[in-house]
Design a protein around this ligand. Sequence first.
Ligand code: PAN
Ligand code: ZN
Length: 187
Amino acid sequence: MNPIFIQPPQVAWASGALSEGPLLRKSTRIQDLAGIFVDEQARQKMPDDLIVYDVEMLATSPAEGELYTGVTHLYPGKIGHEYFMTRGHFHNRREQGEVYFGLRGSGLLLLQNEQGEARLERVFAGSVHIIPGFTAHRLINTGDDVLSALAVWPAVAGHDYAALANGFSLRVIEENQSVQVKEAKNG
Ligand code: PAN
Ligand code: ZN
């Protein structure tokens, strides 16, 4: 019998580029992030169509029990003093967790539970982040290069952005050329 060896999808570890699979892509731009950054006026002064982050994911089955795999590329930059970051979310199915793997660049993963208690994990090439259920998550790029992270999450998890309408309880800004963490006023 002639075996057939299936060519699986690939991730280029150094860049996070996915290939060899049907892929879905989504870009999130300055115009999509109204109200997310503390300095809304500074956001409005930036070019609407500037991409803040791209997500590329494998177009795999959405059925119960399946897993999604995706890579986020978060570009370096700031709005006012606040570093570029993802919108951030809880999962619709709150009990569903996720794993992030840092691939390149340097930044932070902001984690926050339903009581509003937040913590920050360093993200770098090789970092592994176990995001438990009931925990909102947001990537923040504090470096000068693209921050790329691979994520694997349950297909049924879903994204609940509305639950964070008041924002996370911490903000990460640049002050005196260093990374500073502040309590959010609205958090
Ligand atoms: C990630 C995120 C991705 C973009 O794939 O969806 O980093 O962040 P936002 O969804 O908050 O815009 C993930 O956590 N999936 O569950
Ligand atoms: Zn998630």
